[in-house]
Design a binder for this molecule. Structure first.
Ligand code: NAP
Length: 251
């Protein structure tokens, strides 16, 4: 597999993924985006010379096709998520994120890269670190989240995707390195001041907030700045705004 500085983006039509896409293009980073429909890409990105669009179903495309799409990409960013609708939340595929990450991992193993591919996963503060390493998450929160994961497939999916990276890929894989970025409640707004923490800083019952633009900014830093990558690789940083959220628009 040949590698270059190019990002393979999954979920680039979503609320956060579209911000990741535009910010990467603004930084001059070439992007290959696998999307279900190119029509849902942000208008500012359409026809951009640094953007290559692949219209395909990530979960059903042949492995050989995914291997080919990974060619030349040193970084993969996933902003996949279940659409907020009854079908998106409760319909198939229940394990969209976990299955997608597993497919990427398997495709990388088919044609191992010269240097490890860097995977940046959009995760959530609802996800906790393995082995109770998030000391702030007490028994009550764990019980609540356990019940939530039992009834809400996306909550289960996010934890399973993170567990796949932490427990199966680990930190010594010769072909895949990863960072799982954990934002709190997603809000609108331009890039602003934000903090990145090793572990949870707020309770799930008293949530913090994170601008989607700030998630995209951190992902852009991880994709382009080696020191930032080395600081967080194999970890699940929590990203939260340091400014109050914008007031909701009046009706
Ligand atoms: N809501 C929050 O406050 C919050 C907080 C922290 C973390 N998160 C997590 O952050 C992630 C991204 O959230 P978001 O709100 O930015 O996502 P979003 O706007 O719902 O976008 C989801 C993306 O996933 C794609 N997708 C959905 N189902 C798919 C499928 N079956 N096959 C292929 N692609 C599919 C969508 O593509 P289409 O355009 O084709 O539908 C879209 O690009 C989610 O995992 C979410 O759980 C959310």
């Amino acid at each position: 597999m040949s590698t270059d500085h190019r990002v393979l983006l999954l979920g680039g039509t979503g609320r956060t993924g579209s911000r990741v896409l535009t910010q990467l293009l603004d930084r001059g980073v070439p992007v290959r985006a696998i999307v279900r429909s190119a029509q849902r890409l942000p208008a500012t990105a359409a026809g951009h010379p640094l953007l290559e669009v692949v219209e395909a179903d990530l979960l059903t495309m042949p492995t050989a096709a995914l291997v080919a799409h990974l060619d030349g990409c040193d970084t993969v960013i996933s902003c996949l998520g279940h659409t907020i609708s009854a079908r998106g939340l409760f319909g198939a595929p229940h394990l969209l994120v976990e299955r997608s990450i597993r497919r990427v991992h398997e495709a990388i193993e088919v044609r191992p890269p010269a240097a490890p591919v860097r995977l940046i996963l959009m995760s959530s503060v609802s996800v906790h670190l393995p082995d109770r390493a998030d000391t702030r998450r007490g028994r009550g929160e764990r019980a609540y989240l356990g019940a939530l994961r039992a009834v809400l497939p996306p909550a289960r999916d996010n934890q399973r995707a993170a567990d796949l990276l932490a427990r199966e890929v680990g930190t010594a894989d010769p072909h895949l390195q990863w960072v799982a970025v954990r934002p709190d409640t997603l809000v609108e707004g331009d890039v602003s001041a934000y903090d990145v923490h090793e572990t949870l800083v707020a309770s799930i019952f008293r949530p913090d907030h994170t601008r989607m633009a700030n998630v995209a900014h951190l992902m852009g830093e991880l994709a382009t700045d080696d020191a930032t990558w080395q600081r967080w690789r194999g970890r699940m940083p929590v990203v939260v705004d340091t400014e109050a959220p914008l007031p909701a628009p009046s009706p």
